[in-house]
Design a protein. Structure first.
Length: 270
């Protein structure tokens, strides 16, 4: 059997403690036989103390090895879609979903992991210049990973309805559900270049707000709003099917919004 360095130390210590335990038991037996009660009391107390110290040492090493294991960073991975690539047709085609998920989102994940590896090395070397230079890559690829992970969940091939709580808060925040749709659509279609239109929960006001974020800027990190619903208007999200008519894509996407997921995000955000 092979052990890591920490595991090896731990095993050594455990064996030592077990030996001490046997010695302790055997000593008790011998001392009882010889009726050396005073010496027995002194020796057994001493051995018991040593045993306790060794037990504590063993516990500390166990904690140490567990902490080391916890700090081994796991890589980000591409999340599975909760439906098939063709499930959102005819609103979003299989080809778009396949490329969008397996190529575009995967690239954000790959580049985020690479940026985090570089960051780890830079932090270990206290290389502040490199740490600062990595910020744009972390924001772009980290945002891309976060945004798309929400986006897949925000969509659904089945019909869903907003919860009573979400409906009431949309009415309070925008006046009506239709007004929210109009405002969100207008803001999203108007984004210059690539970006995302969002519904986000504002913890300060207790209202839902609309935000248009450029590039892959993550909503919460850049505005403080908790993301509820995101609409990706990068061309990779619609161009194969809708060409340059972004407005048609934004109009159609409301037919496949997973309002159950949006409602659950609101409940968690509160
Ligand atoms: Fe995208």
């Amino acid at each position: 059997m092979r052990f890591s360095r920490e595991g090896h130390i731990y095993e050594k210590c455990k064996i030592f403690c077990l030996d001490a335990d046997s010695y302790y038991t055997s000593s008790l037996h011998n001392l009882t036989a010889s009726r050396c009660t005073v010496k027995k009391s002194f020796i057994t107390t001493s051995i018991a103390k040593i045993f306790l110290i060794l037990k504590r040492k063993m516990f500390t090493l166990r904690q140490l090895s567990q902490a080391v294991a916890r700090n081994v960073r796991s890589k980000h991975t591409l999340p599975d879609l909760p439906y098939d690539y063709a499930a959102l047709e005819p609103v979003i085609s299989r080809d778009i979903m396949n490329l969008h998920h397996s190529k575009h989102h995967q690239t954000y994940v790959t580049n985020l992991n690479a940026a985090e590896d570089k960051l780890k090395l830079a932090v270990e070397k206290s290389d502040v210049s490199t740490i600062i230079s990595l910020a744009p890559a972390l924001k772009f690829n980290g945002g891309g990973h976060l945004n798309h992970s929400i986006f897949w969940q925000n969509l659904s091939p089945g019909s869903t309805k907003p919860s009573a709580d979400l409906t009431a808060l949309i009415d309070k925040s925008f006046g009506s559900f239709d007004k929210m749709k109009t405002d969100l659509s207008t803001a999203t279609v108007a984004i210059q270049g690539s970006g995302w239109g969002w519904l986000g929960y504002c913890k300060k006001s207790g209202l839902i707000k609309i935000s248009a974020c450029p590039n892959q800027d993550p909503l919460e990190a850049t505005t403080g709003l908790v993301p509820l619903l995101g609409i990706d208007v990068w061309e990779h999200a619609y161009y194969l099917q809708y060409k340059n008519v972004r407005a048609d894509y934004v109009k159609a996407i409301f037919d496949i919004i997973n309002w159950k997921d949006v409602s659950e995000r609101l409940a968690k955000a509160k």
